[in-house]
Ligand binder design. Structure first.
Ligand SMILES: O=C(NC/C=C/[C@H]1O[C@@H](Sc2ccncc2)[C@H](O)[C@@H]1O)c1cc([N+](=O)[O-])cc(O)c1O
Ligand SMILES: [Mg+2]
Length: 214
């Protein structure tokens, strides 16, 4: 096929959503991915859990690892209070290019900084590049074998503080066994599993919420 799946998702947003209306962008992507072609967005079921955790935390500074098309980026940014910021890290330039257009279509570009490159290289540069002291909220949704090393890296770089909330997608499907073992056994985290289902499917999946205890 000539176009990529992210490009087809962007087209569906441009066709079916209203410019400047994040809710319509979210609905357009969910409708396309449920009825036309599956894509690895956190989706509407797990999205409701993401929304509720975000509303509870109300972060001033948030980090997302793994932008993909920007679905969860828009979901997170639409709930941020004025003046709050979301940094999202994406490795694949083609995905980043689509995400930038979807973020702009939702009108949320002022709240979001999309950084291109691998999380392992970018996390140690967060303080100096973006003047970040620490993150209040981190959404992990990138390569599943990067969740555990990147969490340790965030700790070592002093980017987590007492009360920082980590929310990890796909802890059941595809699964993040090393990460789960780490946050559930470490005395430095208080973890809880939110049971749900894989996006646009009946397969079980869920989110793990882990509070950093300092
Ligand atoms: O594989 C999954 N996600 C990997 C996501 C990866 C995303 O993050 C970067 S990688 C990167 C690397 C380093 N730093 C930043 C980004 C990729 O370019 C992609 O945009 C996945 C798979 C399923 N599934 O059912 O198969 C369901 C899901 O919800 C998933 O999230
Ligand atoms: Mg995911």
């Amino acid at each position: 096929t000539r176009t990529s799946r992210p490009q087809r998702i962007l087209k569906a947003v441009q066709k079916n959503a209203t410019k400047g209306d994040p809710e319509s962008v979210i609905s357009a992507i969910d409708h396309y991915c449920r009825h036309k072609e599956w894509a690895m967005n956190v989706g509407d079921d797990k999205g409701l859990i993401l929304d509720s955790v975000l509303t509870e935390v109300n972060p001033s500074t948030a980090l997302e690892l793994g932008t993909y098309c920007g679905y969860s980026t828009v979901r997170i940014a639409r709930l941020l209070s004025p003046g709050s910021k979301l940094i999202t890290v994406e490795f694949n330039p083609a995905f980043a290019a689509v995400a930038r257009q979807i973020i702009a279509y939702a009108g949320l570009q002022d709240k979001i900084t999309l950084v291109e490159g691998p999380s392992g290289d970018l996390i140690p540069k967060m303080k100096e590049r973006f003047g970040i002291k620490s993150f209040d909220f981190v959404f992990l949704d990138h390569w599943k074998d990067r969740y555990e090393p990147d969490t340790k890296l965030l700790e070592d770089c002093g980017l987590l503080k007492k009360g920082t909330v980590l929310l990890a997608d796909n802890v059941i499907c595809p699964g993040t066994p090393e990460y789960l073992k780490y946050v559930r056994n470490s005395p430095r985290y208080e973890s809880r599993y939110y049971k749900s289902n894989l996006e646009y499917s009946k397969v079980e999946d869920g989110l793990e919420k882990s509070v950093f205890l300092g």
